[in-house]
Design a protein around this ligand. Structure first.
Ligand code: ADP
Ligand code: MG
Length: 429
C-alpha cells in the first residue's frame, strides 16, 4: 500500500506518541506552574535515554504544547562544532527582531547587552552578521543572559498572559562544556534573580548527560535538572497501540497478530517500531488491511537494512576490546552487571572501565542503573552473537571466544550460587 503513516528516521515526529502520558501530564503541570508563578515552579527537565527512544519526538511535543498555551519557544540544537548556544540565541533574536513588532523587539536592548552587539535590522539576510559573533561575543555573563530571558518572557506575557518563554536544547551531551556551564549558571541566576519570570527549560541527552554536565563543572546537575529517563523500549501494549492507532485514524486496520508481531520483532524500541511498521504497510497489498503475512514478508528486509545501515558500519570500525566486551554482554543476555561481564572476560571491572565508558560515549550501551549495563539497540545483541566469531580472528589482539566466556561464567562459583534462580545464561543458547 502507498501512503504509510509511519515515521522511520531520527527526529521524525510519530503520528501517535505512545507511552508518554505520564510525562506529558507532568509537562502540563510545569507549563501551568511557570506561567502562573514563574521560576519558583519551574522543573527544568532533561529527557535522557539512548538513541532512537523518542527524546526528540517528546521534546517536539513539549514545544507544541507550550506554543498552544502562548509560550514563545526557542529551540537550540547543541551540535558540537556549530555555533554556540549564545550565538544561536542571538541569531534567533536577530531574525525575530527583524520580523515585526513583538516581544523580541521590545526585549531587544536586553539581548544587546548579552552579545555586546547591536541587533539592528542592518545585516540581516546577508549572512555576514551571523558569521561574526564568535569574535563579538567575548564573555557572556550568565546574569545578563538570565536578565534578557526574563525580559523576553515578560514581554511575551504582555501579548499572551498564559504564556512565557520555553528554551529547549536537543542533544545536550553534544554541547561544549562552556555552553553547558553557561546554561546551568543562567538557569540558576533565573531562579535567584528572577523568581517570578515565566521561563521554562527542557532538554534531551544521551543517558550519560548528567556526567557530561558534571565534567563541564556543573556541581549538582540532579538538583538543577529533573532527569526524566526515557526507557529503551515501550511496554508491549504501548508499542502495539502506536502501530494500530496511527493506522486506524486513516481507516487502515491491522490484524491483531500482525501488530503483535511488530511489537515483538522491534522489541518495542521506537526507532525500530516505526521502521518495521512502515515496511509492513508498504509490503501490504491491502486494501485497508495489514496481515501477519505482510509483516513476515517485511521482517527480513528490515532486519537486513538495519544491519547494513547501522549495526554493520558500527561493527566495522569498533575497537577490538570493545567488540569483545559487547560479545560478553550479548552472551549474558544484553543486560547485566559490569561485574558479570568482568567474570566472563576474566578481567577486573577496573580494567574494563575505559572500555565500558567508551561504549557508553558511543551510544552502544548505557547504564540503566548503577552497576548495570545494557545494549542500547535491541537488535545489536543478535548481531554481535552471529558476527563475533567471524570478526575475532581479524583482531590485532587475541580475544576470548564465546566458548571461553561461557566457561568463565560457568566456572564462577559466586555466579551460580548468588543467582540460584538461574536468570543469566539464557543468552548462551
Ligand atoms: N512514543 C513514541 N511512540 C512511537 N514512536 C515513537 C515514539 N517516540 C519516538 N518515536 C519514533 O521513534 C524514532 C526515534 O525518535 P527520536 O525522537 O528521533 O528519538 P531520539 O531523539 O531519542 O533519538 C522516530 O522514528 C520516531 O517517529
Ligand atoms: Mg533525537
Amino acid at each position: 500500500m502507498e501512503g504509510s503513516v509511519y515515521t522511520p528516521g531520527a527526529g521524525h515526529s510519530p503520528p501517535v506518541l505512545a507511552g508518554r502520558d505520564d510525562l506529558l501530564r507532568d509537562w502540563h503541570l510545569v507549563l501551568n506552574g511557570v506561567a502562573a508563578v514563574g521560576r519558583v515552579r519551574a522543573q527544568d527537565m532533561v529527557l535522557a535515554g539512548p538513541r532512537g527512544v523518542g527524546k526528540t519526538a517528546a521534546l517536539t511535543v513539549f514545544g507544541g504544547l507550550a506554543k498552544d498555551q502562548g509560550y514563545e519557544v526557542v529551540g537550540l540544537q547543541a551540535v558540537s562544532g556549530q555555533a554556540g548556544l549564545v550565538e544561536a540565541l542571538l541569531q534567533r533574536a536577530r531574525i525575530r527582531i527583524a520580523d515585526e513588532a513583538g516581544p523580541w523587539k521590545r526585549a531587544r536592548h536586553a539581548f544587546e547587552r548579552v552579545g555586546g552587539v547591536s541587533l539592528s535590522v542592518a545585516g540581516i539576510g546577508t549572512g555576514l552578521a551571523i558569521r561574526q559573533p564568535r569574535a563579538t561575543v567575548p564573555m557572556t555573563d550568565a546574569g545578563n543572559l538570565a536578565g534578557a530571558l526574563a525580559t523576553l518572557a515578560t514581554e511575551v506575557r504582555r501579548d499572551a498572559p498564559t504564556g512565557g518563554l520555553l528554551v529547549t536544547i536537543d542533544e545536550m551531551q553534544g554541547a561544549s562544556p562552556a555552553d553547558l556551564a553557561l546554561l546551568a549558571a543562567t538557569l540558576h541566576r533565573l531562579n535567584v534573580d528572577h523568581p517570578s519570570a515565566a521561563v521554562a527549560f527542557a532538554g534531551t541527552g544521551l543517558p550519560h548527560t548528567p556526567e557530561t554536565l558534571r565534567q563541564a563543572g556543573v556541581t549538582h546537575p540532579d538538583r538543577l535538572f529533573a532527569l526524566e529517563p526515557i526507557p529503551l523500549t515501550l511496554a508491549a501494549d504501548d508499542a502495539t497501540y502506536a502501530v494500530v492507532e496511527a493506522a486506524r485514524r486513516v481507516g487502515v486496520l491491522w490484524e491483531p497478530s500482525a501488530a503483535d508481531a511488530i511489537a515483538t520483532v522491534s522489541n518495542g524500541y521506537p526507532a525500530h517500531l516505526q521502521l518495521f511498521a512502515h515496511a509492513a504497510w508498504t509490503e501490504a497489498t491491502g486494501p485497508n488491511r495489514i496481515t501477519l503475512a505482510d509483516v513476515e514478508a517485511a521482517i527480513p528486509k528490515v532486519a537486513k537494512q538495519i544491519e547494513q545501515r547501522t549495526l554493520g558500519p558500527r561493527w566495522d570500525r569498533i575497537h577490538d576490546r570493545q567488540m569483545e566486551f559487547l560479545a560478553a554482554l550479548a552472551l549474558l543476555g544484553g543486560r547485566t552487571s559490569t561485574a558479570k561481564v568482568a567474570i566472563a572476560l576474566n578481567r577486573s571491572t577496573k580494567d574494563l572501565s575505559w572500555i565500558r565508558d567508551a561504549l557508553i560515549a558511543e551510544g552502544d550501551i548505557y547504564a540503566p542503573k548503577r552497576g548495570q549495563i545494557a545494549m542500547a539497540v535491541p537488535l545489536l545483541r543478535r548481531y554481535v552473537l552471529t558476527h563475533y566469531e567471524q570478526s575475532r580472528p581479524d583482531a590485532a589482539t587475541p580475544l576470548l571466544s564465546l566458548a571461553d566466556m561461557r566457561r568463565n561464567v560457568a566456572g564462577d562459583g559466586s555466579l551460580s550460587t548468588s543467582d540460584g534462580g538461574g536468570s543469566p545464561g539464557q543468552g548462551s543458547s
